[in-house]
Design a protein around this ligand. Structure first.
Ligand SMILES: *Cc1c(COP(=O)(O)O)cnc(C)c1O
Length: 375
């Protein structure tokens, strides 16, 4: 059975308002970092209750956050292996070594007990990844970090808008990094931000995103730039453009409606799949969690690729989040201890379509097809 329509795994959800906002920037012919970026940062500050610095993507946000803490060459950062390669690349980009850790099989977030076994005198920070929008036992990770004098750099790329103990992710803790890439909970085309209360870290990140040019941020927000300046640290061209910020501002306004959609769709999946004998769902409180992806675990699956092909025949695109990083050639030498939970869980993971342009009938169809094929 070949279906015409393809239900995409994920997609950007863009309306007229985003298009008009971009046209506005194009009409004003100031495309770089200026008034829109400033406005977007102000809106994010209101959202988080803490200052935000916008950058070109989430990976850059993580890299600059690590660097702003003075972490680099000869340092180690503890991070779960089950994450997008961006987390690992951001760490190694600073010269530091990502140390692959195992996960909790229920939340798929960092298992701090496993991380504790991997601590060395070089360990400087821990990077919990808020996998699929859930944060697991984040309190315990902070307690673990405090006990060992580690910084916590939250990879919150999946968790924009998620709430933990009544507080928004990013509104507490050391530092949180978000991604606004095309398919995340909100998008600015590409983009990302760093959220922290630490004013010294904020200043460092602001300079580092503009090639290390000191205090250039304020100038750009008034349509000027620094002609005479000093540079004392390595920087990158990682700032956000007005085009991106214009999209982000509209998406932030639309966020409550899009978040509710994601939450309802995930609840719908849970409801339809919970009784299945071979499918394990990852139960979350969707009053608090805004899910970026929806994955299930299929117990005893031998050939996941065939299942994916069959679903695609039915017009359903699926994904795998993610290939564990300790399996990648660049990072394969870095994990001395085995990662049994990651290896087992990964082999049975499957991500099903989730984005705000789906409806409950789509979810019913996906679950019906998945159940039929698994029989
Ligand atoms: C998307 C993502 C990032 C990086 O964000 P980009 O904007 O794509 O650079 C980092 N970590 C995780 C877990 C992600 O999913």
């Amino acid at each position: 059975m070949k279906t015409e329509r393809l239900i995409r795994l994920s997609k950007s959800c863009i309306g007229e308002a985003e298009k008009q906002a971009v046209m506005g920037v194009l009409d004003r012919e100031y495309l770089g970092m200026g008034a829109e970026v400033h406005k977007f940062e102000e809106a994010l500050k209101t959202f988080f209750g803490r200052p935000a610095v916008c950058v070109v993507n989430g990976t850059a946000a993580l890299q600059l956050a690590i660097q702003a803490y003075g972490i680099g060459q000869n340092d180690e950062v503890l991070v779960q292996s089950l994450t997008y390669v961006a987390s690992f690349q951001a760490i190694s980009a600073t010269g530091a070594t990502p140390v692959a850790c195992d996960i909790d099989p229920v939340t798929l977030t960092l298992d701090w007990r496993d991380a504790e076994k991997r601590i060395t005198p070089r360990s400087k920070a821990v990077m919990p990844v808020h996998y699929s929008g859930g944060v697991g036992g984040l309190d315990e990770i902070y307690a673990f970090a405090r006990k060992h004098g580690l910084r916590v750099i939250e990879d919150a790329a999946h968790a924009f808008g998620s709430i933990y103990h009544g507080k928004c992710i990013g509104s507490f803790g050391d530092i949180a990094c978000f991604s606004f890439d095309g398919i995340k909970n909100i998008t600015s085309g590409e983009g990302g931000c760093i959220v922290t209360e630490d004013s010294e870290v904020l200043r460092r990140v602001q300079d580092a995103r503009l090639l290390g040019v000191e205090k250039d941020t304020e100038k750009r927000y008034t349509g000027q730039r620094s002609w005479e300046f000093d540079v004392s640290t390595q920087g990158w061209r990682y700032h956000m453009s007005n085009i991106m910020a214009a999209i982000g501002l509209v998406q932030l306004r639309r966020f409550p409606e899009m978040a509710l959609k994601r939450q309802r769709l995930a609840q719908c999946y849970d409801h339809l799949l919970i009784a299945h004998p071979r499918i394990e769902i990852f139960k979350k409180n969707y009053d608090d969690v805004v899910p970026h992806i929806y994955m299930v675990r299929i117990r005893g699956i031998v050939n996941r690729a065939i299942l994916q092909d069959q679903l695609l025949e039915s017009g359903i695109q699926t994904g795998i989040h993610y290939q564990p990083n300790h399996k990648l050639r660049l990072y394969s030498e870095m994990g001395a201890l085995p990662l049994p939970v990651t290896d087992l869980v990964f082999s049975e993971l499957l991500s099903l379509p989730l984005h705000p342009d789906l409806n409950e009938q789509d979810i019913e169809y996906i679950c019906k097809e998945l159940t039929r094929i698994l029989l």
